[in-house]
Design a protein around this ligand. Structure first.
Ligand SMILES: *[C@@H]1O[C@H](CO)[C@@H](O)[C@H](O)[C@H]1NC(C)=O
Ligand SMILES: *[C@@H]1O[C@H](CO)[C@@H](O)[C@H](O)[C@H]1NC(C)=O
Ligand SMILES: *[C@@H]1O[C@H](CO)[C@@H](O)[C@H](O)[C@H]1NC(C)=O
Ligand SMILES: *[C@@H]1O[C@H](CO)[C@@H](O)[C@H](O)[C@H]1NC(C)=O
Ligand SMILES: *[C@@H]1O[C@H](CO)[C@@H](O)[C@H](O)[C@H]1NC(C)=O
Length: 473
C-alpha cells in the first residue's frame, strides 16, 4: 500500500491544487472594477500612482475641438497623456487604461452641438478611437456632465449606439489590437431622472460597458446655508442620497453590474454661523479654508493633525466630519469608504471609481481601504469564501476517498483477498473476483487460529499463515 500511495500522491495533489485554483477563479469571476481618475490638473506624477490598488485608471480629460469635433490632447497634458498607459503598465501589466473626454471644465456647448449632428458625431467617434489606439488606451470614457436638455439626452443615446458600432467594427477590422474591443463608459448623475428628462437608459444598457455614477456634490458650501454630507449614502430626510439614486438607476432597467459607485477622495469645508452648533445640517455662511470650500483627503488629514481635531463618524448618512473653531469639514474617511464599498458589493454593483486618485494621502490609505474591502468581502460577505472553500473541499475529500478506494481495489485484486472470517458469510455476491472462505475453512487452515500460525498484526486485525485453503462454494 505504501508504494501505491507514492505513485498516486502527485496526481492527487495536482487534483487538489486544481480544485482550489478553480475555487479562487470562480470567486474572482465577479471581478470587480476598482477604477480611479487621474486629472492632469492635479500635477501629480503618473509614475507615482500605486497601480496595484486599481484595475482601471482613467486619464482625464481630452478636449473636443469646437469646429472639427475631433478629440485632442490639452497642451498642458502633451507630455503626460501619450505615456500614461505605458507608465502605469510598467508596474502593473494587468491594469487597463481609459481616456476620459470632457469633464467639468469643458465648454458645455461643444458637446451639445457635437451630439446633435450625425457628421459631427462621426468625426468625434472616429478621432476618439484613433487617439485611444495611438496611445494604447483600452477604453474611452465620456464625462459630459452639463447635458441639460431633452435633446442632449436623446442625442447622447444615439452617440453611444454609434460609438459601440464603430468600436465593434474597428476591433474586427484592425489587426494590431488582438481584436480587443474598446471599453466604452460614461459619467452619469446620481440618478437617471432630471428636470428635463431621463438619461438614455436603454442605450446605456446596450452600448456601454458601465457608467460612473457621480454620487457626490449633493451639497456644497457655495450652494447651501447649512453643513451637509455631500456624498451621503443614506439620508432619512431627503431623496438626495446615493442609495436612492442607485435604486432609481436599477429600477430604470440598467443592470446593477453596469453601475459603478463613485468614491470622492475630497470633502468640503463650511463656515459655521455658530461654533457650538456643529452637527450635520448646522447653519453655515459659506465656504471655509479654500475658495470654494473643497479640500483633498490629503489636505484634510494634514488639517486634522495640525489642529488635533477629533473626527466623528455618522452612520446614518455615512460620513465623517469635525470642526475646528468655526470651520466645519465633512468628508469620507476610511470607515465611510469601507461602508460604501460594502454597500456596492451587497447591491452587486460593477465596482467603484475614485475621484481622484492623487487626492489620497501619501500612504494610499483610502485606496487601500477600498481595495481591501473588496478582497476581505466586507461584513456581509465574510462567510462566502470560507463556505465555498469548505463545501468544495468536502466534495474533494469524498471524491478522493473513492479514488483511493478504487486504486487500492485495483492493486490488491490480482493477489486475491482473504476476507476476515467473521465477515465471510455477509459478503455481497455482486463483488467480483473476491475469494470468500467460510469460517470453518479458515479455522481449519490456521489450526483454530493457533498463535504459532500468526504472522503479525496490522490495522485490519491479525494475519495468519494458512495451509490447504480452498474456496468455500
Ligand atoms: C480646432 O481645429 C482647427 C482645425 O484643425 C484648428 O485650427 C484649431 O486650432 C483647433 N482648435 C483648438 C482649440 O485646438
Ligand atoms: C452637421 O455638421 C456638418 C459639419 O460640421 C455641417 O456641414 C452640416 O450642415 C451640419 N448639419 C446640420 C443638420 O446641422
Ligand atoms: C444648459 O447648459 C447650457 C450650457 O452650460 C446653458 O447655457 C443653459 O442655460 C443650460 N440650460 C438650462 C435649462 O439649464
Ligand atoms: C437657509 O436659507 C433659507 C432661505 O433663505 C432659510 O429658510 C433657512 O432657514 C436657512 N437655513 C439655515 C440653516 O440657516
Ligand atoms: C447623524 O446626524 C444626524 C443629524 O445631525 C443625527 O440626527 C443622527 O442621530 C446622527 N447619527 C449618528 C449615528 O451619529
Amino acid at each position: 500500500m505504501l508504494r501505491c500511495s507514492c505513485t498516486t500522491k502527485t496526481p492527487i495533489f495536482l487534483f487538489l491544487f486544481l480544485i482550489f485554483h478553480f475555487q479562487i477563479l470562480f470567486y474572482q469571476a465577479h471581478s470587480w472594477i476598482k477604477a480611479g481618475y487621474w486629472f492632469y490638473g492635479s500635477e501629480f506624477p503618473v509614475s507615482n500612482i500605486e497601480t496595484s490598488l486599481y484595475t482601471h485608471l482613467l486619464c482625464a480629460f481630452a478636449d473636443v475641438n469646437a469646429s472639427t469635433y475631433e478629440l485632442s490632447i490639452p497642451s498642458d497634458a502633451a507630455a503626460s497623456f501619450p505615456s500614461f498607459t505605458a507608465t502605469l503598465k510598467h508596474t502593473n501589466p494587468s491594469l487597463s487604461t481609459l481616456l476620459s473626454i470632457g469633464g467639468g471644465t469643458a465648454d458645455p456647448t461643444v458637446l451639445s452641438s457635437m451630439v446633435s449632428n450625425a457628421s459631427s458625431r462621426k468625426s468625434f467617434i472616429h478621432s476618439s478611437i484613433t487617439l485611444a489606439r495611438t496611445y494604447g488606451f483600452q477604453g474611452l470614457d465620456l464625462s459630459w456632465v452639463s447635458a441639460n436638455t431633452t435633446n442632449d439626452l436623446k442625442n447622447m443615446g444615439l452617440l453611444f449606439q454609434e460609438w459601440r458600432e464603430a468600436a465593434k467594427s474597428e476591433a474586427i477590422n484592425s489587426t494590431n489590437n488582438n481584436n480587443q474591443e474598446l471599453i466604452l463608459t460614461a459619467a452619469v448623475p446620481y440618478q437617471p431622472g432630471s428636470d428635463f428628462g431621463s438619461y438614455p437608459v436603454e442605450s446605456i444598457s446596450d452600448n456601454l460597458n458601465w457608467v460612473n455614477v457621480l454620487d457626490y456634490d449633493y451639497y456644497t458650501p457655495q450652494s447651501t446655508n447649512f453643513t451637509g454630507a455631500h456624498s451621503a449614502l443614506y439620508d432619512p430626510s431627503s431623496d438626495v442620497n446615493t442609495d436612492t439614486g442607485i435604486k432609481r438607476w436599477i429600477d430604470s432597467g440598467v443592470s446593477a453590474s453596469k453601475l459603478v459607485l463613485s468614491l470622492p477622495f475630497y470633502g468640503y469645508a463650511w463656515k459655521l454661523r455658530n461654533q457650538r452648533e456643529n452637527g450635520i445640517g448646522a447653519a453655515a455662511t459659506g465656504p471655509a479654508i479654500t475658495k470654494e470650500g473643497d479640500m483633498t483627503y490629503k489636505d484634510i488629514k494634514d488639517y486634522v493633525q495640525r489642529y488635533e481635531a477629533t473626527v466623528l463618524y455618522n452612520a446614518t448618512y455615512v460620513v465623517n466630519y469635525f470642526s475646528v473653531g468655526s470651520n466645519w469639514i465633512g468628508f469620507d474617511d476610511v470607515n465611510a469608504v469601507k461602508t460604501k464599498v460594502s454597500y456596492a458589493k451587497e447591491k452587486k454593483l460593477g465596482g467603484y471609481v475614485v475621484w481622484q486618485v492623487p487626492y489620497d494621502d501619501d500612504k494610499w490609505q483610502l485606496s487601500t481601504a477600498a481595495a481591501q474591502q473588496v478582497v476581505g468581502g466586507g461584513e456581509h460577505h465574510n462567510w462566502r469564501l470560507p463556505v465555498v472553500i469548505t463545501l468544495t473541499s468536502a466534495v474533494c475529500i469524498i471524491v478522493l476517498g473513492f479514488i483511493i478506494y478504487y486504486i487500492r481495489r485495483r492493486l490488491v485484486k490480482p493477489k486475491g483477498i482473504m476476507i476476515a472470517a467473521r465477515d465471510a458469510g455477509h459478503f455481497p455476491d455482486c463483488v467480483p473476483d473476491v475469494q470468500v472462505f467460510s469460517l470453518c475453512d479458515i479455522e481449519l487452515a490456521t489450526d483454530r487460529f493457533l498463535i504459532e500460525n500468526k504472522l503479525g498484526q496490522g490495522g485490519y486485525g491479525p494475519v495468519y499463515k494458512v495451509q490447504n485453503l480452498t474456496t468455500a462454494h
